[in-house]
Design a protein around this ligand. Structure first.
Ligand code: GLU
Length: 317
C-alpha cells in the first residue's frame, strides 16, 4: 500500500479557506523548525531556503523554532551553531527563537486537556509487546490497541497515546495535491508523551504552531506522513489548519535522507552564496544572471523570483 494515497477529489481535503471580499486574509506566518541534533546540513538549508523564500515572496513573517523536545538526541552547542549558520546565510527571523525544551508546562497542560476529553489514554505496553502484537504500518508498527479501553490490571502507565479515528483523513499540499491516509489502519493510536517522560514531536509541533500563529508550513517531504496525525491533533485542539508545502528531500548517494546526526554535508558559513545558490537550484529555481556578491544581495533578488510551481516534487529521488 502506498504510504499516502493521492486523491483527485479535492473536496476530501476539506473546504478551502474562504478568503473573499468580506474577510481579512490573515498575514502569512511561516517558520523553520530544525532539531538541534547537529550542525545544519544541505538538506535542512534547502528547507530553510524554501520556507524563507516563500514567506518573503508573500510579504509575510518567518519564525525560527528549535525543536529540542527530544533532549536525548540534541547535541550541546548545535542550536547556537544552527543560528550562526542561518545568520551567515542572511536569514532574518521575527522575534525570539522559541525553544521546545522550555515549553514543557504548556505541553503538560494540553496533555491534561486531551486526557480529560478522553482523546488520549495511558498505555502500559513495552516496545517489545507492541512489536509482537501490532502490524507494520507506514512508519513503524501500528499499535494493536491493547490499552485503548483501559490499562489491563497490574499494568503501570508508561506512555500516553492519542486515540485516532477510523476514517480517511485528507489534506491539501501545495506541491503534492490532495493526499489521504487511513490513520487507524496505517498509523494507529500514537504516542504523545513517551515512556521516558519526553513529549513527542507530534504534540509539540501542533501546540507550537498554534501558539505562534503559524499558518504556513513549508518543510521536508519526510513529514508528509506525519501531517494527518498533526491535523487530527489540530482538530481536537480546535486549532486552525495551516497551509502545507512539503519540499523534496535531499538524499545521500545511498538514497537516504541527509541527517544532522550523521554530520552529513555540513553547510559552509564562510561561503554562504554557494550554499544558497545550490539550495535554490535544488528547488528548481532559475539562477540569477550574475552571481550575487553577498547573502543579502541574494535575498533581495530571491524574494521577487521565488516560484514554488517550479519545484519538482521528485527532485531528490
Ligand atoms: N524538527 C523537524 C526536523 O528538523 C521539522 C519539523 C517541522 O517542520 O514540522 O526535521
Amino acid at each position: 500500500m502506498p504510504p499516502l494515497h493521492h486523491s483527485d477529489d479535492s473536496s476530501k481535503a476539506g473546504p478551502a479557506p474562504a478568503f473573499c471580499c468580506m474577510t481579512i486574509e490573515p498575514r502569512y506566518r511561516g517558520r523553520f523548525a530544525p532539531s538541534p541534533t547537529g550542525p545544519l546540513h544541505f538538506g535542512s538549508l534547502v528547507a530553510a531556503v524554501g520556507s524563507y523564500a516563500d514567506a518573503l515572496a508573500a510579504g509575510g513573517e518567518w519564525l525560527v523554532r528549535m525543536e529540542d523536545v527530544d533532549e536525548d538526541r540534541c547535541r550541546p552547542g548545535a542550536a547556537d551553531a544552527i543560528l550562526r549558520t542561518l545568520e551567515a546565510h542572511g536569514f532574518q527571523w521575527q522575534g525570539e527563537v522559541l525553544y521546545q525544551s522550555r515549553r514543557k508546562e504548556r505541553y503538560r497542560e494540553v496533555l491534561e486537556e486531551l486526557l480529560a476529553q478522553g482523546a488520549a489514554y495511558p498505555c502500559g505496553c513495552t516496545r517489545r509487546e507492541v512489536e509482537r502484537h501490532g502490524h507494520p504500518g507506514v512508519e513503524g508498527i501500528v499499535y494493536p490497541g491493547t490499552c485503548r479501553e483501559g490499562l489491563p490490571s497490574g499494568r503501570k502507565p508508561r506512555a500516553i497515546r492519542l486515540r485516532v479515528p477510523d476514517e480517511e483523513l485528507c489534506f491539501h499540499d501545495r506541491l503534492h495535491g490532495t493526499l489521504c491516509q487511513q490513520l487507524k489502519q496505517e498509523v494507529g493510536d500514537f504516542v504523545i508523551r513517551r515512556a521516558d517522560g519526553f513529549f513527542a514531536y507530534q504534540l509539540a509541533v501542533v501546540v507550537d504552531d498554534l501558539d505562534q500563529g503559524v499558518n504556513q508550513v513549508v518543510r521536508g517531504a519526510d513529514l508528509l506522513l506525519s501531517t494527518p496525525r498533526q491535523i487530527h491533533l489540530q482538530r481536537l485542539l480546535a486549532a486552525p489548519r495551516p497551509t502545507y508545502l512539503h519540499l523534496p528531500l535531499v538524499r545521500d548517494d545511498k538514497g537516504r535522507k541527509l541527517s544532522k546526526r550523521d554530520q552529513a554535508h555540513p553547510v559552509n558559513d564562510t561561503d554562504p552564496v554557494s550554499g544558497l545558490l545550490a539550495a535554490w537550484r535544488f528547488l528548481g529555481q532559475p539562477l540569477p544572471e550574475e552571481p550575487p556578491a553577498t547573502a543579502e544581495t541574494f535575498w533581495r533578488w530571491a524574494r521577487s523570483h521565488w516560484d514554488p510551481a517550479r519545484i519538482n516534487p521528485d527532485a531528490g529521488s
